[in-house]
Design a protein around this ligand. Structure first.
Ligand SMILES: [Fe+2]
Ligand SMILES: [Fe+2]
Length: 166
């Protein structure tokens, strides 16, 4: 698979998407998932930012519209669709597809911040996936709060699903 025909992406965005897919592929190897599961991860990777550079008004909406377009295009796997739909916010209802995409989107090596720390987190994913997921979610949540952005219910519920209740 590759980018869907309806994708609207700049060359830089395409390169990001390709790095996300490559990282998902690497983790699928390391975690010995079967071919069907690998294919679900890669489909989510190719789809997640396919409309990131379309003029949609709200940049947070690009996952929602990409999921709708993918569904119209024949994607039937509800967990692949929710991975794409909520990849910017997090989602407590995710299965492994949404979780792995969320990790790959943040940990892919082309982003130009905290490269060494993120590489170390990426290396730990196959053996300590849930611990790394909490760490990535914490970092992203901190970023939202520091930026003074609103905290969406999906993000709050996702975070609460990752931590132990007292
Ligand atoms: Fe995105
Ligand atoms: Fe992305």
């Amino acid at each position: 698979m590759s980018l869907p025909a309806w994708a609207q992406v700049s060359p830089e965005r395409r390169a990001h998407i390709e790095r996300v897919v490559a990282l998902l592929n690497r983790w699928a190897d390391a975690m010995h998932v079967d071919a069907k599961e690998r294919d679900r991860w890669l489909r989510a990777g190719w789809l997640h930012d396919a409309l990131r550079d379309a003029s949609l008004g709200d940049p947070l909406g690009h996952g929602i519209v990409a999921a709708s377009r993918a569904a119209a295009d024949g994607e039937r796997d509800q967990d692949v669709l929710s991975a794409v739909r909520y990849h910017t916010l997090g989602f407590s209802g995710w299965d492994d597809v949404g979780r792995m995409l969320y990790l790959a989107d943040y940990l892919e090596p082309g982003r130009d911040f905290e490269s060494a720390e993120r590489a170390e987190l990426a290396r730990r994913v196959p053996t300590e996936r849930d611990a790394v997921l909490r760490e990535v979610a914490r970092r992203r949540l901190e970023w939202v709060l520091r930026s003074g952005w609103p905290l969406f219910d999906e993000t709050k519920d996702f975070w609460n699903s990752l931590v132990e209740r007292p």
